[in-house]
Design a protein around this ligand. Sequence first.
Ligand SMILES: NC(=O)c1ccc[n+]([C@@H]2O[C@H](COP(=O)([O-])OP(=O)(O)OC[C@H]3O[C@@H](n4cnc5c(N)ncnc54)[C@H](OP(=O)(O)O)[C@@H]3O)[C@@H](O)[C@H]2O)c1
Length: 261
Amino acid sequence: MELNLEHKVAIVTGANRGIGAGVARQLAQEGMRLVLVARDAAKLEETADDLRRRYGVTVLPLACDLREGSSASAVLQQTIGRFEQLDLLVNNAGATRRGDFFELTDDDWQDGLALKLHGYVRMTRAAWPHLAKTNGTTVNIVGVGAWTGIGEFTIGGAVNAGLMNFTKAMADLGKRDGVRVCAVNPGRIKTDRLERNIQRIAQASDIAPEEASARLLNECGINRFGSPDEIGLAVAFMASSAASFAQGAILDIDGGETRAI
Ligand SMILES: NC(=O)c1ccc[n+]([C@@H]2O[C@H](COP(=O)([O-])OP(=O)(O)OC[C@H]3O[C@@H](n4cnc5c(N)ncnc54)[C@H](OP(=O)(O)O)[C@@H]3O)[C@@H](O)[C@H]2O)c1
């Protein structure tokens, strides 16, 4: 299938590890020029070097904290300064705290919202005029926790449900402005975030991580965990000309965890 992404320019947030790094790899494989955003500058540079070496693409790493109000416009300024265009924004950087609802504090909620909700909103606002010029695309990485309320995932669930509505609302504006907006909902993907969750289950139940892992798979009703590159492939498709009629589409990539319609 021809994706027509070669030489186009993408920003991927949260790109120095996990799902964001998987997305960056798949887009680099398609020949896209990339702007990678995260806080850890050394790890970003490492990821950028790996992509340059493996795929021969141009990569601009930008270290910043997307919870800060001014960071989105700074990222866009540097992107346009370097590449003079933007074709794809992948909003991915997110970290909402899990745990007992009654132990989560206002600060935990504010921190989760600051990055995953306000970060996505600000990046979308700053990128929009540039995406309108190129008939570009935004892909929001949300999460299947949006569909199903889980007692120990109140912050992530609420933010993700909101982001699905935000995706649909921006897709509505995108018809007017020539921007496509879609979302990919990962299920349980093997990243540091999932490893931390497995460790937490293991400690809470005093069991080995392997047993916690098997218990989680069983609870989710899935046969295996997904990989960051499997989410990257879905993003590449959503961003491509092959998906040009997909507007406001929300794609679950979760090994069948979501059973509701
Ligand atoms: N893994 C899963 O199973 C799963 C399932 C559903 C949804 N998701 C969603 O997928 C996205 C990625 O998850 P992941 O599992 O890949 O997470 P991860 O492994 O924890 O990676 C998070 C990425 O975001 C960056 N980041 C964190 N805080 C940041 C900040 N304040 N400013 C800028 N960048 C920041 C991190 O780099 P630095 O720390 O260097 O900043 C890292 O690159 C999240 O939105 C998550 O909610 C994941």
